[in-house]
Design a protein around this ligand. Sequence first.
Ligand code: 3PG
Length: 413
Amino acid sequence: MFPTEKEFNTLEDFDYRGKTVLLRVDINCPLDKQTLKIVNDSRIRRVVPTVRELMGKNAKLVILAHQSRKGKWDFIGLRQHSEFLSRHINAPVKYVDDVIGKDAVEAIRSLKPGEVLLLGNVRGLDSETAKGDMEAHANGEIVNALAPLIDYYVCDAFGASHRSQCSLVGFQAKVPSASGRLMAKEMFALNAIFSEPRRPSVFILGGAKFGDVSDMIERVLGNGTADTVILVGLVGNAYLLARGVDIGQASSKILSEELTPENLQAAKDVMEKYGQKVLIPVDVAVERDGRRVSVNIGDMPTKEPALDIGDASAEKFAKVIRSSKTCFMSGPAGMIEKEDFAVGTRILMEAMVDSGGQSVIGGGHTGGAAERFDLADRFSYVSTGGGALETFLLGEPLPVIEALKYSKKKFGA
Ligand code: 3PG
């Protein structure tokens, strides 16, 4: 199920001295909605070892990354990201708000060994997100423009490794490629923990996206990776709805586009099949008169949206988690941006680290929340992946890893 490191090249496999290296990272960060400032830079910090190592090897380092996607409020350029990176590596990071145009090409050509350049948000180009496999993207405009300027391609974008997008899978067929340190570390850490989980193993699935959750439950309970699955956050609300609880219009509205009859049926089916192995909230927390109030599901619907699991659910789930030996949390239990509704997530995370077992978190802004609660260092592993982590756990191939394997076969090490 899990690829081994040497199926693809890693940083030590090439000599980068004086060479131009294109490094694709995932530094897609949560922003403040009002100021558009980065509120958590953990993904930037996590690629620093790779950046430093390549600088230390005197590569001319060109970094490519995305922030959000077109049409979303947090789709912005990467100047701020370059400033954060510069502070973390304690060296200048040049920034050019261009990816394949004249400015980018000139900036790449004038790089000196040991220097770092960050290009603009690659998702500004429609060709980046155009549907296509490795072969199609290998002939895309981004690869056509940049491949002739580089000697090596390194991918450290684990968080985006489930995406088959041009800058993630297109270069591997054109230039010798390797994974960065973070990518390799994620693959190994997750493999070590999930290939032989200690029992009981509990999966907490939360966050906002619930379209794939029934597949995920089927997979982890079906193959025995998990003994119990706990559903929280918007995922929990959706499963309450599938169970026949009237969660009210305000809560349903937030679920919007993923609230399809197929998804609800899949949720029902998986709950029926696995019974008590799938735990859903017994209460939710809403904001009433400016305060957090827990409401039992028997007293729903509420006119206010459910913003977190309620206190009784948090207590019930924490008990299960405390007696686990492996616990994985993907996505938060509530609206963690609001202190009162970060309560559920904090209680579950505290139970995870108190369990003394293997504990892994990832997804959405979960890593950032753990840092805010001062718990991040107490987990066995904090993954930078959200969708990528889920794809990995579902045992589905990650397009970036497949492309890296292809590159090794084509170019060797
Ligand atoms: C993420 O944050 O999960 C990655 O950066 C991928 O982003 P995407 O879901 O917009 O493709």
